[in-house]
Design a protein around this ligand. Structure first.
Ligand code: SF4
Length: 190
């Protein structure tokens, strides 16, 4: 079994930043019906305050800011790591300690920029700030400043953004093996 503390040594990262007018992004890469179909299949649907279903019209966020700074982080696995087969449990541990580890590092850096620019940080996936999200107990979010919607949760099409803005394609875990890289897409509306 792979050890959690060894996982950060299995990959390197590459960060690419691109800025696009929000109106252009909304026109080309936002489709809430498509993202909601995927979100409804997710175990976190309506169980985390960063995830749908939302009471408010989340499409409004695309109209409230002029620009979207997109940050693509490529989690690049070392060759000997890619050629191995892993159990489901090991793959979950690797994703948690590579993709979500990098997400949490980037959230801390971007929160400072979000405050400075009076913007809105767009994260990836559910909010992992608390061990148990208060939404499960029908209570208000404990740390609204730390709860960040993902790009997908407000309609952003991540695969189309990767290909159209970054000329990259999403790679998936297949046959119990890691791909060459996983992609983490986050953004700052400002
Ligand atoms: S900060 Fe805590 S309560 Fe709020 S969305 Fe995140 S996990 Fe849930």
């Amino acid at each position: 079994m792979i050890k959690k503390e060894d996982i950060p040594t299995l990959y390197t990262t590459e960060e690419i930043i691109k800025t696009i007018p929000t109106s252009e992004y909304k026109e080309k890469y936002v489709n809430l019906n498509t993202t909601m179909s995927a979100c409804r299949q997710c175990p976190n649907y309506s169980k985390n305050w960063a995830c749908p279903e939302f009471k408010e019209d989340v499409l409004k966020y695309w109209d409230e800011y002029d620009n979207l700074e997109l940050t693509l982080t490529k989690i690049i696995f070392k060759k000997d790591t890619m050629n191995k087969q892993y159990s489901q449990e090991e793959l979950m541990l690797i994703v948690d300690n590579s993709l979500f580890r990098q997400r949490n590092i980037l959230i801390s850096q971007m929160e400072e920029k979000e405050r400075r620019m009076n913007g809105k940080l767009l994260s990836a996936g559910y909010c992992g700030q608390c061990d148990r999200c208060s939404r499960l107990d029908n209570k208000e979010c404990r740390y609204p400043d730390k709860c960040h919607n993902s790009i997908e949760s407000i309609g952003g099409l991540v695969g189309d953004t990767l290909s159209g803005v970054f000329d990259e394609e999403i790679k998936w875990i297949e046959d119990s093996k890691l791909p060459e890289n996983l992609s983490l897409l986050m953004g700052l509306l400002y």
